[in-house]
Design a protein around this ligand. Structure first.
Ligand code: ADP
Ligand code: MG
Length: 471
């Protein structure tokens, strides 16, 4: 079926366009009626979103069992398995066809009709396609690390048009901690109340502005923006280019001066956005600045639980018992994006195998999400080098037959560390230490084990070596 989508695109767009932009698009899977497409680069993703979103969506809906549209994400090939695709959730979900018109966010009064200049359509498009119904306030789980951000967001969304409780609101946090979720929630809630909202990612703002410049409708684009009540801009760290930054700066200033609410999110403090114009930084830093902190284990468990509930509603046979949720939330200690990834994998696993999710299958399904956090593998060679340097002997001495005390002690420590820090067997370690017998290695390991219980300073020293090797 995916082949048919490709054939259609090729026929519609011609071989050149197809091979430039679509040849490397892959279908990762279909979940909940949404086709998950992946591309190799962020640039390609932005480009497809900006220029071919609708075409992709229409063709996917026509050929795939994906009535809910598409989600585009950047492929992240994990180090261990080229199979694993990390789906960046909610970055881009086309609206279902039936809801097309009312999902368009910037309901500027004069948008109707085909006579609208390109910039207006861009704006409406830009807003319509990036909003994801799932990312609302009800689905946002509040904990210590995000309660301030949540409260500010709710307050802004609820404020009547024309009143600006905190202006601008600048949210910052690392990846996957809920910035986009809060921004989309604000936009959706404000729109529900009849406010005119423009929601942009940095990419979209740039494309919108560049497109408007090209068609010489930049003025109209600005006017359009100035007619809104609330401007939401996500991932501001990606706004690049002097003239676009200038334009962005002017837009924010003009809107704030006109009493319009601005909400911006970025991945660091405004002042640390080195690429951004100084005046924009200080403007963003001058309003309410709120950081969203890391998710603690309890919060992760709640977020994962709620995500799984949503999936369960769509797939009644898909159950995950609380033990598994606790386990996954403990080991996937990164962010909401990885929790989404974990939930999708559990679902995929359950669906493909037809088996209930157990602790064991869960562990296998999410293994590569966890692996990145394991401590570094220590190599025997590194151990030998470090120990040699520390005791002022050469690595050759350690591997040699020499039995002077000055060499024996470091050799035994190195063997002990090899056993403690690597998965190598005793015979293997013996082999790597100049072809020694495994009993020699065992003797060394026992000897050092005993010595460090008796000799405090040796204990501390070996401990230090361990830590140096593991860093
Ligand atoms: P960011 O924009 O900060 O990178 P996102 O808003 O995209 O992060 O969040 C990543 C995923 O984690 C989303 O699916 C989002 O819904 C989920 N998520 C993050 N924080 C929360 C939360 N507090 N409650 C519910 N879901 C959350
Ligand atoms: Mg985001």
């Amino acid at each position: 079926a995916w082949e048919r989508v490709r054939r259609r695109l090729r026929a519609e767009l011609g071989e050149d366009v197809f091979s430039s932009w679509f040849a490397r698009v892959e279908l990762a899977g279909i979940i909940d009626g949404v086709a998950y497409l992946t591309v190799p680069t962020r640039f390609l993703k932005s480009w497809l979103e900006a220029h071919y979103a609708e075409r992709l969506r229409v063709n996917c809906i026509a050929e795939l069992p994906a009535p809910n549209g598409i989600m585009l994400s950047v492929r992240q090939v994990s180090r261990d398995s080229s199979q694993a695709v990390v789906i960046e959730p909610a970055a881009f979900r086309a609206r279902p066809a039936a809801a097309a018109t009312n999902a368009a966010t910037a309901q500027a009064p004069s948008t109707a009709g085909s006579g609208a200049p390109p910039c207006e359509r861009d704006l409406v498009d830009a807003c319509g396609t990036v909003l994801d119904r799932r990312l609302n306030f009800q689905n946002f789980i509040v904990g210590k690390s995000n309660q301030l951000a949540f409260a500010a967001a709710e307050r802004i969304a609820a404020a009547p048009a024309g009143s600006t409780p905190y202006n601008p609101l600048y949210l910052h946090a690392g990846v996957g901690l809920g910035k986009t979720h809060l921004l989309q929630a604000i936009a959706q809630e404000a729109r529900r109340q009849g406010k005119r909202v423009a929601y942009f990612t940095a990419d979209r703002f740039m494309y919108g502005f560049v497109a408007a410049l090209k068609s010489q409708t930049a003025l109209a684009f600005k006017e359009k923006l100035r007619g809104i009540d609330l401007l939401v801009v996500d991932d501001v760290q990606f706004i690049q280019g002097k003239s676009i930054q200038q334009e962005f700066g002017h837009t924010i200033n003009a809107l704030i001066d006109a009493g319009k609410q601005i909400v911006v999110a970025g991945d660091r403090l405004a002042n640390d956005l080195e690429a951004l114009d100084e005046r924009i930084r200080s403007r963003l830093g001058g309003g309410l600045v709120v950081e969203v902190g890391e998710l603690d284990e309890a919060l992760r468990a709640k977020i994962l639980g709620s995500r799984l509930e949503t999936l369960h509603a769509a797939h009644p046979n898909f159950h995950v018992n609380p033990d598994v949720v606790t386990y996954v939330a403990r080991v996937v200690a990164t962010n909401g994006r990885d929790l989404d990834g974990a939930a999708n994998r559990l679902l995929a696993h359950a669906t493909l195998s037809g088996q209930p999710v157990t602790l064991e299958t869960a562990e296998a399904a999410i293994r590569d999400l966890v692996r990145t956090r394991e401590p570094r593998r220590v190599k025997i060679e590194d151990i030998q080098k470090l120990v040699a340097t520390r005791y002022n002997v050469s690595r050759a001495d350690i591997l040699s037959e020499r039995r002077t005390a000055a060499v024996v002690k470091p050799r035994q420590i190195a063997m002990y560390l090899s056993k403690a820090l690597t998965p190598r067997s005793l015979p293997e370690i013996g082999r790597r230490f100049g072809g020694r017998d495994h009993t020699t290695v065992l003797h060394a390991v026992r000897k050092i084990e005993k010595a460090i219980t008796e000799d405090r300073s040796l204990h501390d020293e070996v401990d230090l070596l361990k830590r140096m090797l593991q860093e």
